[in-house]
Design a protein around this ligand. Sequence first.
Ligand code: GLU
Length: 370
Amino acid sequence: MKQQKFKRIVVKLGTSVLTSGGNALDRAHMVELVRQMAVLHQQGCEIVLCTSGAIAAGRERLGFPALSDNMSTKQMLAAVGQSQLIQTWENLFNIYGLHVGQMLLTRADLDDRERYLNARDMLDTLLKHKIIPIINENDAVATTEIKVGDNDNLSALMVGLADADLLMLLTDQAGLYDANPRTNPQAKLIAQVDVIDDKLRAMAGDSGTTLGTGGMATKIQAAEIARRSGAVVVIAAGHSDNVILNIAAGKAIGTYFSANENPLESRKRWLLAGPGPVGTLTIDDGAANAVIKQGSSLLPKGISAISGQFNRGDMVTLVDHHGSKIGKGLTRYSSDDLDKIKGLHSNNIEPTLGYGYGKVVVHRNNLVVL
Ligand code: GLU
């Protein structure tokens, strides 16, 4: 492991860590985690805390009522619990003389480029004033369609947003195993990952905790996003002694994911992290090659098929002829337009449509290769 001094750290604490596997917030453990974050802060690190636990805290506050498991119940529990949660963090950080600022986000806040930049400015301002940003999904108002859905992915988006150099995903397992450690006693901890491939994704499976949302699969997704933003990622047990301090000190603990050597620049991070694709463009081998190897823009000529209904400016996935994902990007032409101009030379765009938005369909600056 490369010894590195981390400057900006996103710490993601899962529900199972905050409740120590029980059904109420474990304040004794939370204060211990705060102590470690305060030490790092004292050493000059900037900390962004991505906290789960709102729904669990809501259940606790209301005395564990028997409720049906639907969206509005969860929203209600989150509304009650989030205020408990932030109050708890506020009190605990206060012991160390630290202030916290709450940021509740949904995917909708990150999809739109301008709102994404606003959120980034806000995060920067908090950090500049030595305030600990405390992030959670805005579960009280978020519906499935506008949710990031799990705090592993949300914390990875925060890495891109904050330009952090380390993401700690703290959970109830010691790290990533090559088999499910709950069912397979032979399962071995994977100490270091340099490449995230299908084999690794398959290994991740599902962690099977009942209180939180994410499993190992979402942690791998998160690790992938954060690595591509240039951060190191560590998955480790939130109850391991001094876990936060040990990870920040570069000690071998949990599963360490090295940072991607060619991190994406800021706009591409947003592309990767933000908007979900609403359509697919199938592109031919020549275009695939140009996009992947030469970093070219996608022209109508290279497009052989279109699926989905989308507008100009929407996010689309690019796939090759075998259906393998090549990248994602913002299209300058709607699906209706593309149906007419696919396969054509760019000079024929205007004569065909009667208007044009330029020669390229997905510009290289709006395109991230996967
Ligand atoms: N936002 C959820 C909560 O606060 C947690 C989501 C997650 O654990 O991934 O309860």
